[in-house]
Design a protein. Structure first.
Length: 95
């Protein structure tokens, strides 16, 4: 949680993707996306159902954004790389 608190201190917008709205990270979050997925069941003991559900949900958001913005997957990938580069620069400063 220290890194999340530090990121927020530096002005980062924290978005939590969780199955539990009351988990510790949510107190730092500006936005909370609750995924209604089992995390500890006999069929999915390692919680992979949550990861699969989150990926499908986030992919659907990407598709909706592409349609709304009129962008191709290639164009959105450019934005992703810019965000990733900024994240790496920020991490180097804080480590």
């Amino acid at each position: 949680m220290e890194r999340v608190a530090k990121a927020k201190e530096y002005g980062a917008v924290i978005i939590s993707i969780t199955t539990n709205n009351f988990s510790g990270i949510t107190r730092y979050s500006k936005f909370i996306l609750e995924i209604p997925a089992l995390t500890n069941s006999k069929m999915e003991p390692l919680g992979s159902l949550f990861e699969q559900t989150a990926l499908l949900y986030l992919d659907s958001i990407a598709v909706a954004l592409m349609a709304k913005l009129g962008k191709s997957p290639f164009e959105l990938r450019k934005y992703y790389h810019k965000i990733w580069e900024k994240t790496l620069k920020w991490r180097k400063k804080t480590i």
